[in-house]
Design a protein around this ligand. Structure first.
Ligand code: IPM
Ligand code: SF4
Length: 765
C-alpha cells in the first residue's frame, strides 16, 4: 500500500513497502506474494505438506505451473502421455506428481502438449503473468529473472513454496539496496550476457550477498526486455537476493497485449502506477558499483565458478599469481577439473558440445543473435564433425516464433540440432548431458563441477559467442564473425529469408490451439511420504549441538556440489544422506569411496561442518542440500558467509548456519582437523571449544532464533495472521485490481479473490 514515507526511496523500497502485510518489531515482515510459479522439481514435497495438513492453495489465480527440468527435448511427435514419453523413472514420477497435484489443487498448468510449456522463467514474462511492481517467487533460484520488469522476484526453497501455496505470503527480512550502474556504449559484439559475466567477474559470486541489485544506466535503459532478463537472471550468480530494472516504455510495450497483462482501462491505470516505480532522486543505496560499458569485451568463463571470467582475448589465469591460499587452491582444483593449463589463450580452447538455451538465453532474441552469427559464415558452412550443437528454445512459443522466422532452417542447415523446450543441458536432469571430460560452450548460467553432466566442462558465454564456437569448433572472439555494416539485423534476416515477425503474432488467442488433454495417467506410488516429512519441516527445534566437526576449506561451496542434480528427482525430503557431496565422495564410474573428509572416521559421524571458504551453499535453491546434510547427521554449518536461499532453507529445517569471521572459522577448522568436538549453543549464541580456548560468540536473527529454539512452524505462525492477509487482499483488489487474475478467465471476467480462496477450482484462461 502507498505509505506516508516521505524520504526518497529506491525501487526496491517502494515494492517492499507496497507488499508488507504485517511487520514485527524486529523488522521481520510478512510480505504478500502476487505471483507464484511452480515446477516439478521443488514442489512435490510442498504439495504433500498441504495435503497432510488439509490445506488448499490460497490463490490458484496467482499460481502457474509447468514442467521444465526433467522433460526430454527430443521430438514430441509421438507424445501420448508423460508416463509413456519420459523413460527415466524418477523424472517421470516428478512430472506425473505435478500433473496429479495441479489437478488436485486446481492450478493452471502448461503440460507437455501445450505450446505454452517451457522454462518457468521464460513463460511467466511471455504470458504477461510477470508484471511491474509485483512480488514474484518460485522454488527456483533464477526467479530473479522476473525483476527485469521492475518486480521483486526471488527464488525460494520447498518449505517456502508450501508457505506461499498455503498463505500467499512469506516471512522476510529486508535486504540491502545495491546499485549497478552501467554507462557508455557497448562495443559491437558485446551483449547483456557479456555484461553480467563481466559484472560477476568484478564483484564476485558473493558480491551481492544480502542485497537486491538495481541495474541502471544508459546501457540498461537501451536494452530490450530480453536483454534485461538475461542480466537479472544471473543476479543469483552474483550472490544477490534479486535483481531489478525500473519499468519504462520498453517494458510497457513488451507487456501490452500479452494474454495476462491488464486490458482496457485497467491497462491505463496499471501504467500510471508502474510509472511511479523508479528510484527517487536522492535515494541512498548501501552499495554502488559503476561499470564503464567500453571496458567490457566478449566474456567467457575459464573455471568452475561464474566469477571465473576472462575476456575472450585473454588467457587462462595462473594460480601461482594468487596470494590467498584458499583462492589459489580453488583455482588449481578448477584448472585440473577443466583440463586446462595456466596461460592458455582462451581462443585456442576447442569444444565438443555447444548448448544454446536455458532461462538465461533461451528467448527469441537469443536465437536471432545466434542465427546471425551462423549466417555470417559463407553459405553452406557447417559445424565441424567433432562438435555436437543443440538449440533448445526456452518455450514452445519461442520455438514456434523461431520457426515462423525460419531460424530453425538456418540452424539445421549448419548442422545444429533443433529441440523442444525445456531446461535441457543447463543442468542435465533430463537426457541432455555432457559425458565426462566433454567441453561445452554454453549459454546457461552455471559452470559448477558436474553441472551439465558428471565430469563435464562448461564455459559460459553469450548466444552469439556460443554460435561462433559451434561454427569454428573452438572458443573464438565473436567480433571476428560479425556481419558487416549494413548486413546486421534485418539485412541478415533477409539474406536467409528469415521473416522477423512481431513478437505478438504467436501470443494471440487465435494462434493458440486449446490445450490438448494431458494424457494423465494417475499418480505414482512413490508420492507416499513419511508422515514426519510431510507436515512441513519447519517445526524442528535446535538448541545445543555437540559433536565431531568436519573441516572443509573450499570457497563457494555451491548447492550442486552439496547434492548433484540426479538426487533432486525425489518426491521425499528424507534419505538423501548418501547423496551428500556425492561427486567428492565417490569415484566416478566405480562409485567407490574417495578420501574426502566425510568418508574418513571420525568425520563420517560429523554433526557439524566448519568451512573456511566464503559463500557456503551458493547457487541453486534446492532445499535438498539442507535435507542431505541433515540426513547425513550434520545439523550445523559454520562458515564466513552463506548463500541466502541455502541459509533460509537450513533454518526451515532445523539446520543452523553459523556465520563467523574467517579468522574464527580458521581456529575452529584447526580444532576440527585435530579431531576435537565443537559445541554450538543457539540459546547462549556461542560455539564452545574443547581445547581450553574461550568460546566464540555468534549472532542469529532474533526471530529465527526464537522459532528454532521453540520449534515454531512458519506456516502455523502466518495462519494466525489471516485477518491481516484478508485486509491486505481487499486493499490490493481496490488499488491494483489487475492483480486479481484479470484476464485469466475467457471473456476477461475477473475472478473473485474471496471465492478463489474458498474453493480450489481450475482457472480458465
Ligand atoms: C531445481 C532448482 C532447485 C534449481 C535452482 O534453484 O536453480 C535449478 O533450476 C538450477 O538451475 O539448479
Ligand atoms: S538455470 Fe537451468 S535448470 Fe535452472 S531453471 Fe534455468 S534453465 Fe532450468
Amino acid at each position: 500500500m502507498p505509505t506516508a514515507v516521505s524520504q526518497p526511496r529506491t525501487l526496491y523500497d517502494k515494492i517492499w513497502d507496497d507488499h508488507v502485510v504485517h511487520q514485527q518489531e524486529d523488522g521481520t515482515a510478512l510480505l504478500y506474494i502476487d505471483r507464484h510459479l511452480v515446477h516439478e522439481v521443488t514442489s512435490p514435497q510442498a504439495f504433500e505438506g498441504l495435503r497432510t495438513a488439509g490445506r488448499a492453495v490460497r490463490r490458484p489465480d496467482c499460481t502457474l505451473a509447468t514442467v521444465d527440468h526433467n522433460v526430454p527435448t527430443f521430438s514430441r511427435k509421438n507424445f501420448k502421455s508423460v508416463t509413456d514419453f519420459i523413460k527415466e523413472p524418477d523424472s517421470r514420477a516428478q512430472c506425473e506428481a505435478l500433473e496429479d497435484n495441479v489437478k488436485e489443487f486446481g492450478l493452471t498448468y502448461f503440460g507437455m502438449t501445450d505450446r505454452r510449456q517451457g522454462i518457468v522463467h521464460i513463460i511467466g514474462p511471455e504470458q504477461g503473468f510477470t508484471l511491474p511492481g509485483i512480488t514474484c517467487v518460485c522454488g527456483d533460484s533464477h526467479t530473479s529473472t522476473h525483476g527485469a520488469f521492475g518486480s521483486l522476484a526471488f527464488g525460494i526453497g520447498t518449505s517456502q513454496v508450501e508457505h506461499v501455496l498455503a498463505t500467499q505470503t512469506l516471512l522476510q527480512k529486508k535486504g540491502m539496496n545495491m546499485l549497478i550502474n552501467i554507462e557508455g556504449t557497448l562495443v559491437p559484439g558485446v551483449n547483456s550476457k557479456d555484461v553480467i559475466l563481466h559484472v560477476i567477474g568484478v564483484i564476485g559470486t558473493a558480491g551481492g550477498t544480502g542485497s537486491v541489485i538495481e541495474y541502471a544506466g544508459s546501457v540498461v535503459r537501451a536494452w530490450t526486455m530480453e536483454e534485461r532478463m538475461s542480466v537479472c537472471n544471473m543476479s543469483i550468480e552474483a550472490g544477490a537476493r534479486a535483481g531489478m530494472v525500473a519499468p519504462d516504455e520498453i517494458t510497457f510495450a513488451y507487456l501490452k497485449g500479452r494474454p495476462l497483462a491488464p486490458k482496457g482501462e485497467e491497462w491505463d491505470q496499471a501504467v500510471e502506477y508502474w510509472k511511479t516505480l523508479r528510484t527517487d532522486e536522492g535515494a541512498k543505496f548501501d552499495i554502488e558499483v559503476h561499470i564503464k560499458a567500453e571496458d567490457i569485451s566478449p566474456s567467457v568463463t575459464w573455471g568452475t565458478s561464474p566469477q571465473d571470467v576472462v575476456s575472450i582475448t585473454g588467457k587462462v589465469p595462473d594460480p601461482a599469481l594468487e596470494s590467498d591460499p584458499i583462492k589459489r587452491g580453488a583455482m588449481e582444483h578448477a584448472l585440473e577439473y577443466m583440463g586446462l593449463e595456466a596461460n592458455t589463450p582462451m581462443e585456442s580452447i576447442t569444444v565438443d558440445k555447444v548448448f544454446i538455451g536455458s532461462c538465461t538465453n533461451g528467448r527469441i532474441g537469443d536465437l536471432r543473435s545466434a542465427a546471425n552469427i551462423v549466417l555470417s559464415f559463407p553459405p553452406g558452412s557447417r559445424i565441424p564433425d567433432h562438435v555436437q550443437a543443440m538449440i533448445v528454445p526456452g518455450s514452445g512459443l519461442v520455438k514456434q516464433q523461431a520457426e515462423a522466422e525460419g531460424l530453425d532452417a538456418v540452424f539445421k542447415r549448419a548442422g545444429f540440432e533443433w529441440r523442444e523446450a525445456g531446461c535441457s543441458m543447463c543442468l542435465g536432469m533430463n537426457p541432455d548431458q555432457l559425458k565426462p571430460k566433454e567441453r561445452c560452450a554454453s549459454t546457461s548460467n552455471r559452470n559448477f563441477e558436474g553441472r551439465q553432466g558428471a565430469g563435464g566442462r562448461t564455459h559460459l558465454m553469450s548466444p552469439a559467442m556460443a554460435a561462433a564456437a559451434a561454427m569454428t569448433g573452438h572458443l573464438t572472439d565473436v567480433r571476428k564473425h560479425l556481419l558487416g555494416e549494413g548486413e546486421a539485423g534485418d539485412a541478415a534476416a533477409q539474406k536467409a529469408q528469415i521473416k522477423v515477425t512481431s513478437a505478438f503474432d504467436y501470443l494471440t488467442d487465435e494462434v493458440l490451439p486449446p490445450p490438448k488433454p494431458q494424457g494423465y495417467a494417475g499418480a505414482a506410488d512413490e508420492t507416499d511420504l513419511p508422515a514426519n516429512a510431510a507436515a512441513g519441516s519447519s517445526a524442528i527445534k535446535f538448541t545445543v549441538l555437540r559433536g565431531i566437526a568436519a573441516p572443509l576449506s573450499i570457497p563457494n561451496v555451491d548447492t550442486d556440489m552439496i547434492i548433484p542434480k540426479q538426487f533432486l528427482k525425489t518426491l521425499k525430503r528424507t534419505g538423501l544422506g548418501n547423496a551428500l557431496f556425492w561427486t567428492l565422495r565417490r569415484v566416478p564410474g566405480t562409485e567407490e569411496a574417495t578420501d574426502f573428509i566425510l568418508n574418513k572416521p571420525p568425520y563420517d559421524k560429523a554433526k557439524i561442518m566448519v568451512c573456511t571458504g566464503e559463500n557456503f551453499g551458493c547457487g541453486s535453491s534446492r532445499e535438498h542440500a539442507a535435507w542431505s546434510l541433515l540426513d547425513f547427521g550434520i545439523a550445523a554449518v559454520i562458515a564466513p558467509s552463506f548463500g541466502e536461499i541455502f541459509k533460509t532453507n537450513s533454518m526451515q529445517n532445523g539446520l543452523l548456519p553459523v556465520v563467523l569471521p574467517q579468522s574464527e572459522c580458521q581456529k575452529l577448522y584447526e580444532d576440527a582437523t585435530n579431531g576435537l568436538d565443537l559445541e554450538v549453543d543457539l540459546d547462549k549464541l556461542e560455539v564452545r571449544r574443547f581445547n581450553g580456548e574461550p568460546s566464540i560468540p555468534f549472532e542469529v536473527e532474533p526471530f529465527r532464533r526464537h522459532c528454532l529454539l521453540n520449534g515454531l512452524d512458519d506456516i502455523g505462525l502466518t495462519m494466525q495472521k489471516d485477518d491481516f492477509i484478508v485486509d491486505f487482499e481487499q486493499k490490493r483488489s481496490d488499488l491494483w485490481p489487475w492483480l486479481d487474475g484479470f484476464g485469466y478467465k475467457k471473456g476477461g471476467g475477473r475472478i473473485d479473490a474471496k471465492e478463489v480462496k474458498k474453493k480450489a477450482t481450475k482457472m480458465d484462461w
